[in-house]
Write a protein that binds this ligand. Structure first.
Ligand SMILES: NC(=O)c1ccc[n+]([C@@H]2O[C@H](COP(=O)([O-])OP(=O)(O)OC[C@H]3O[C@@H](n4cnc5c(N)ncnc54)[C@H](O)[C@@H]3O)[C@@H](O)[C@H]2O)c1
Ligand SMILES: [Zn+2]
Ligand SMILES: [Zn+2]
Length: 343
């Protein structure tokens, strides 16, 4: 029953999740009355940020893992049969703030995440609330649906950006989120789509999926050529790097849209004078609505998002610290890394 536990800044450990150490200090093993046998848990930059103490609100010790799928071990109040395969929407909202009262609980002022603020799915078992469950088809290949959470992020971004069929789209950043935005936007009818990404391995993987990729230094010229000099209709920033969003206004057309999706660790410098003169629209996007989680599940089920091609590494939970977290921390050539728990 291993669990990946964040202990203090720069320190995670693989611990038996019934260790006395944890029982004594923890605020319980997650929240909610449904127990999930976790099959796969994806890792991403957010896990690395927690590990390095970059999210100051996080109170260790906490089990990591917000991207997970599994099977119901104890249905609690969910009414679902034992063994039902489920994806988990890891958002906990307060139910009282303006967002919660206006059908936008995913941007709750007091939003908390399973796997960040309370124990998550980088463990053999996790407790979650019934409302977090998204049942999957009985015969679901859980490895495929391990990408539900990041795919939902991409689906939500494409909705927030109000993509229209035929539009020229630029995606800044070809990490897992950029790759998923590119695939979802293509599926939703983007006319042309260009991903800008400096990492050779990530560009090669995307090129193999039929996505047009460029290096950041080629981007302006390619966008001009593809849009008759006008600029992109829609530009997604999914890098979190100030150097990427700094070019967004220049490569986006008059009255075009810039979707701001990356999480910046420092305030980026963006030439807002261009936004003014071109009457551009800046739109933020954070996580996803429940409906967008369901859309992500449908896209994975129909193969519109080819999960297997994006999963470049699968690591047993016992090897997670070195084989997954440290690996991704040192080299972002991997695309999606999954922890294999009870497949
Ligand atoms: N809004 C949300 O709810 C939400 C959800 C998940 C992730 N995110 C954020 O989205 C971003 C992407 O997530 P990810 O998991 O793919 O992260 P990632 O770090 O794996 O990918 C970012 C990519 O951007 C590339 N990049 C760096 N500088 C660039 C530049 N100048 N031009 C183009 N590309 C550049 C990097 O090489 C990397 O491949 C992160 O900032 C993450 O925190 C936001
Ligand atoms: Zn994530
Ligand atoms: Zn709220």
């Amino acid at each position: 029953m291993d669990a990946i536990v964040y202990l203090e800044p720069d320190r995670i450990a693989t611990l038996p999740d019934d260790a006395d150490l944890l029982r004594a200090e923890r605020r319980g093993t997650g929240v909610g009355d449904v127990v999930i046998d976790v099959a796969y848990t994806g890792i991403c930059g957010t896990d690395l940020l927690v590990w390095h103490g970059g999210l100051t609100r996080v109170v260790p010790p906490v089990v990591l893992g917000h991207e997970f799928v599994g099977r119901i071990a104890d249905p609690g109040g969910s009414g679902l049969p034992v063994g039902t395969p489920v994806a988990v929407e890891p958002l906990l909202s307060c139910g009282e703030c303006w967002a919660c009262r206006h059908d936008a609980r995913h941007v709750c002022r007091r939003l908390r995440l399973i796997g960040v603020d309370v124990d998550g799915g980088a463990a053999a078992r996790v407790r979650v609330p019934a409302g977090a469950l998204h049942p999957l088809p009985r015969d679901a290949d859980l490895r495929t649906f391990a990408l539900t959470e990041p795919t939902a992020v991409a689906v939500h971004m494409v909705h927030r950006a109000a993509l229209e069929p035929g539009q020229h789209v630029v995606v800044l950043g070809g990490g897992p989120i950029g790759a998923l935005v590119a695939l979802v936007a293509t599926h939703r009818g983007a006319g042309s789509l260009t991903v800008s990404e400096p990492n050779d391995a990530r560009r090669a993987l995307l090129t193999g999926l039929g996505v047009h990729t460029v290096r950041p230094d080629e981007l302006a010229e390619v966008v001009a050529a593809r849009t008759g000099g006008e600029g992109a209709d829609l530009t997604f920033d999914v890098t979190g790097h100030p150097s990427a969003i700094a070019v967004a206004p220049e490569i986006t057309r008059v009255r075009g849209t810039i979707l701001v999706g990356g999480l910046f660790h420092e305030p980026p410098a963006v030439p807002l004078q261009v936004v003014t003169l071109r009457e551009q629209i800046l739109v933020g996007a954070r996580v996803y609505t429940s409906a967008h989680v369901d859309e992500a599940i449908a896209l994975l089920a129909e193969g519109a998002v080819p999960a297997a091609s994006l999963i470049t590494h699968e690591v047993a939970i016992a090897d997670a610290e070195l084989g997954a977290y440290r690996m991704l921390d040192q080299d972002r050539s991997a695309m999606k890394i999954l922890l294999r728990i009870n497949p």
